[in-house]
Design a protein around this ligand. Structure first.
Ligand SMILES: *Cc1c(COP(=O)(O)O)cnc(C)c1O
Length: 369
């Protein structure tokens, strides 16, 4: 047999990213917007295709897109870094500030890609633990920022992740807690990365804490709120001295010309995006109120999704299946560490949410029998 090249030892041990893409009528599993982009976006984008100088490399600095994103957040273009989805933003941050011999801190359960990409960079991941209500204690923060203990320990982390609202719990991180973490991160000479993929649905943003000397960056995406998951566009707001380092690491011309145009056009529809966010928040409140009447536990959410736990025979997997049988796909988190029995539901259109609630009532009745 011809020997095959082996992947890196650490990669061989890894699980990739799994989220089944099943074609059913109601798909509430990946936190996308339930609505396509606004009227007018498509025709503007079609016109932009004809304007692109396809034989030339795109604007490497994405000048206009960064200027427009900066305007949205009241910062200059030199404080904006853009990439192919916020996952590529996170990867660039980790290639720049993590890597072999360094540690990265996460507080679990949280977005799995933080730890995954950190490990791919060669870094040690120090995993902090949240309590039963997914809150973080000062002692746990201190333990992790000092380099952890037991199974996950290493050098004091150079990158510390928080996610607010947190995926998959939906919980918002309270401002005083983030201030306390930032103070410790500053003292340790590390970087705090605040993943705000769902920031528009939340009551506050860590952007309020940013300053020229603060080691704080905030990441955002066009995937969830902007109805543009297919476009793969995300960005980071942070001090210019961080942006300069990231630009050294990311591949040259990584952001294609059409995507840059798509982002600029989308920003002309900011009003529509804000109206959709408001509508989804209203729907979220309606769905949570309905769930409160059923035999499920629900955590408070500041995002466009809700985490729930049902105590049913067969657990979360059985409930997930029973929903799928009724044409409703949600995210099955029940086998993830710390999320026993949990499912995550994306808030959809009113009709989709009604379909979910009907399916859930029927599934709970069936499983209780
Ligand atoms: C969806 C998600 C992302 C990734 O967004 P992309 O911009 O689509 O890469 C990042 N962080 C969190 C917490 C997410 O839920």
């Amino acid at each position: 047999m011809i020997p095959r090249v082996a992947p890196r030892d650490d990669v061989a041990l890894m699980d990739g990213y799994h989220s089944p893409q099943v074609d059913v009528p109601v798909r509430l599993n990946t936190n996308e917007s339930p609505y396509p982009p606004p009227e007018g976006f498509g025709s503007r984008l079609a016109a932009a295709v004809g304007q692109v100088a396809w034989h030339r490399y795109p604007d490497r600095a994405a000048t206009e897109l960064r200027r427009r994103i900066g305007e949205l957040h009241d910062v200059g273009p030199d404080q904006v870094f853009v990439a192919n989805g916020s996952n590529e933003v996170l990867q660039t941050v980790l290639l720049t500030y993590a890597g072999a011999g360094r540690s990265v801190a996460t507080f679990e359960p949280t977005y799995a890609l933080h730890a995954h990409i950190a490990r791919l960079s060669g870094a040690t991941v120090i995993q902090g633990e949240r309590d039963g209500d997914f809150a973080l204690s000062q002692e746990e923060i201190d333990r992790v920022l000092a380099g952890g203990s037991g199974e996950t320990s290493g050098p004091a982390p150079s990158v510390v992740f928080l996610c607010s609202p947190n995926n998959p719990t939906g919980c918002e991180e309270p401002r005083p807690l983030v201030e306390a973490v930032l103070a410790r991160v500053r003292a340790a000479g590390a970087l705090l990365v605040m993943d705000e993929a769902y920031g528009q649905f939340a009551s506050w943003s860590a952007q309020e804490l940013m300053g020229p000397d603060e080691p704080l960056v905030v990441t955002r995406t066009f995937s969830k709120t902007w109805s543009m998951a297919a476009a793969r566009l995300g960005y980071l707001i942070g001090p210019g001295w961080v942006i300069d380092e990231l630009e050294k690491v990311v591949l040259p011309y990584h952001l294609d010309a059409l995507k840059q145009a798509a982002g600029i056009i989308a920003l002309d529809f900011t009003g529509d995006m804000e109206a959709r966010v408001a509508a989804i928040v209203t729907e979220r409140q309606r769905v949570v109120a309905a769930l409160d009447e059923l035999a499920v536990r629900v955590w408070p959410s500041g995002a466009n999704f809700v985490l729930l736990r049902a105590e049913v025979p067969g657990g979360g997997g059985a409930l997930w299946n029973a929903l799928l049988q009724r044409g409703v796909l949600v995210r099955n988190c029940s086998s993830w560490p710390r999320l026993d029995g949990c499912l995550r539901l994306t808030v959809g259109t009113p009709a989709e949410n009604d379909a979910f609630l009907d399916a859930l009532r029927a599934a709970l009745a069936e499983l209780a029998r």
